[in-house]
Design a protein around this ligand. Structure first.
Ligand SMILES: [Zn+2]
Ligand SMILES: [Zn+2]
Length: 642
């Protein structure tokens, strides 16, 4: 009975019997491929080579040269980690141990270790790798499996999910270690070339705060030592730039335990945030936006009108509750409130585009395990904006927005690419409007120099979007700003304008955020600059260091002259060397050193963060320079290099 069709990557098809495995197919294509087969990708899912084909599907054979081989290798390394832990700490209980984007982790209960123990654990892993234990797949019945798992309560809890149609379950065994697992795995522990443990973190069982907190060991594995070394090097570089560390060191912000995912900006952090806001206000003026403010607290019925309720509330993403028999919520987006303002008056075609902007604070109920510094928060302020336009204004408006975005990211020294995200599964609105919106966005992208890629099904429920992908100083990519086109909310909400024909029409809505979330943008920016902000953003732009207390008065006089800028005087009775060091540590762009010579001549000595120094400078000349550098948003400290 040949009734299943398998499509291979080259587009060719094969008819196979039901139950044929991935490995059988690899062998039927060629003996070499069969020998190299480690796993398969069946209709997009990575599966063990023993996986039986039961329906029509696409199939890729995963060999060591396939890009997903690394996931198979890392998952096998996770088993090696668990085996090493079991050898060293026999009472440890096994949780889950999947691969991740850049490594793997394993969760354990009854395990108390510190990072100092990593070396010993890594040594044990090396031993297991050298033992070159073959990794065998074993099929057991449910009863046999329960027997095997009597000492593993967490695994026992997972058993149900692992049972196949015939109530059988697979285990993988290597030497003295056996683990409930669907695979896939490499053939032997000896295939793992390079492993390293990275860090320990607490993690709730199944990600649920109501469950026990387990010890999670993060680790990674590569097919060569060189790749591992380069990964570790990049990771160290990223760690030095970690915005949580810099944020604390420079006293920019905190996220206290009583407000998980909600950022407190300290005075210096707020100074940076205000600069960003002013910068965006200027861009908004150029784009013709009027600033508004709308409240966070609204009745939930508001979002039932726009469709947000359906999209957010049901995923548990929205904060909403009953009070006095009414359901209230914190706004997850600003669109509904802006649409209310649009609707507060009768609109005519002559008025369009109508553009409303807001530094709008929104709340989303992100899982506590997902929260991460400024990068993933629950309360965030977006530099949000909505433009209500006529059909024929789409292309022009999209282009204007993309121009400003490209220019803005250039001001920060970020390289960008655009990403077109198309219709998602929870999309609302008719297909022909989606097609029209996607076409309009793609046309705008085609005309630009900036490269773009297409991400299918990633758009918002109301329309396709252009995401701004930003590459930072150490080559990492972040998605920040967005421009989205929307034909759905105006219809849901009943927004209209009176056209030339005297008929009512629906406007098209553009949702856009240039920075995206200001919180997240700040996180990315702190890491991009490693805390060494350009002078226009630096919370303290200049620090004056009097050589001794005798020159305090002159220092005050210079500070007065530079009163338009953020200038502090170092008044502690320290040596000049120590004052210079402290100014460096605080990432202040410029320091002015004043002593007897300077005071007598009425000059200053200026030193920048990069240790360039200029003496006998007229304070007025420096003031002029500061003005230009700040107005023009210089990224470097150019004055002293001229
Ligand atoms: Zn496994
Ligand atoms: Zn919006």
């Amino acid at each position: 009975m040949t009734d299943i069709t398998v499509e291979l990557p080259d587009g060719s098809t094969m008819d196979v019997d039901e139950g044929t495995t991935v490995e059988d197919i690899a062998y039927s294509i060629g003996e070499g491929l069969g020998n190299d087969c480690k796993a398969g990708i069946v209709s997009g899912d990575l599966v063990a080579k023993e996986h039986p084909i039961t329906t029509d599907c696409t199939l890729e054979i995963v060999t060591p040269s396939h890009e997903q081989y690394i996931d198979v290798l890392r998952h096998s390394a996770a088993h090696v980690l668990a085996q090493a832990i079991k050898r060293l700490y026999p009472d440890a209980e096994l949780g889950m141990g999947p691969w991740t984007d850049d490594g793997f982790y394993y969760d354990f209960d009854n395990l108390e270790i510190e990072e100092e123990d990593f070396e010993q654990i890594e040594d044990e892993m090396e031993t297991i790798i050298e033992e070159d234990l073959s990794i065998e797949r074993i099929e057991l019945t449910e009863d046999e499996a329960r027997e095997r798992l009597t000492d593993e309560p967490y695994k026992l809890e997972l058993l149900e999910d692992f049972l196949d149609e015939d109530k059988n379950v697979s285990f993988y065994q290597q030497g003295d270690f056996i683990d409930l697992c669907k695979g896939p795995h490499v053939d032997s522990t000896g295939e793992i070339e390079a492993v390293a443990l990275l860090e320990i973190a607490g993690a709730y069982w199944k990600g649920d705060e109501a469950n026990t907190m387990l010890e999670r060991i993060y680790a990674t594995a590569f097919t060569s030592q060189e790749e591992l070394d380069s990964f570790i090097e990049k990771r160290e570089a990223a760690k030095k730039r970690d915005h949580r560390r810099i944020g604390q060191q420079m006293d920019l912000f905190s996220i206290p335990e009583f407000a998980p995912g909600c950022v407190h900006f300290h005075p210096k952090g707020m100074t940076i945030r205000r600069e960003l806001e002013e910068y965006i206000r200027e861009k908004n003026r150029q784009l013709g936006y009027s600033e508004v403010w709308t409240p966070e607290l609204n009745k939930a019925e508001l979002w039932k009108k726009t469709g947000h309720y359906e999209a957010f509330k049901e995923d548990g993403e929205m904060f909403a509750w009953e009070q006095d028999d009414t359901e209230y919520g914190l706004k997850p987006m600003n669109c509904a409130n802006h649409s209310h303002i649009y609707q507060s008056d009768k609109r005519s075609y002559r008025e369009l585009p109508i553009k409303l902007s807001e530094f709008g604070t929104v709340y989303r109920n992100e899982q506590s395990g997902e929260l991460s510094g400024l990068m993933r928060v629950r309360g965030m302020t977006q530099d949000d904006g909505h433009a209500y336009i006529r059909d024929e204004q789409i292309e022009d408006e999209i282009n204007k927005h993309l121009d400003i975005i490209a220019q803005m990211y250039d001001d920060f020294g970020f390289d960008i690419t655009f990403k077109l995200e198309t219709k998602p599964s929870k999309a609302q609105g008719p297909d022909e409007l989606w097609d029209k919106a996607e076409e309009a966005l793609e046309n705008a992208l085609k005309d630009r120099e900036t490269e773009y890629e297409i991400n299918p099904e990633e758009g918002a429920f109301y329309g396709p979007k252009i995401g701004v992908m930003v590459e930072d100083a150490i080559g990492r990519e972040w998605q920040l700003g967005t421009v989205q086109l929307d034909f759905v909310i105006p219809r849901n909400y009943g927004l209209t304008y009176v056209g030339k024909d005297n008929e009512e029409h629906y406007p098209v809505m553009i949702h856009r955020a240039i920075l995206g979330s200001i919180d997240r943008f700040m996180g990315v920016m702190i890491e991009h600059f490693a805390g060494e902000f350009p002078v226009w953003l630096a919370p303290e732009q200049v620090r004056i260091l009097p050589v001794s207390d005798k020159h305090m008065e002159y220092a005050e006089q210079i500070k007065e002259q530079l009163s338009d800028y953020r200038v502090e005087i170092e008044d502690r009775s320290w040596t000049v060397g120590k004052k210079i060091q402290a100014t460096h540590d605080d990432n202040v762009p410029y320091m002015i050193i004043v002593g007897g010579d300077e005071e007598q001549a009425g000059t200053i000595a200026v030193r920048d963060r990069n240790e360039n120094e200029d003496r006998d400078i007229d304070p007025g000349t420096f003031e002029q320079y500061l003005e230009t550098a700040i107005d023009e948003k210089h990224l470097d400290l150019r004055f002293l290099q001229d």
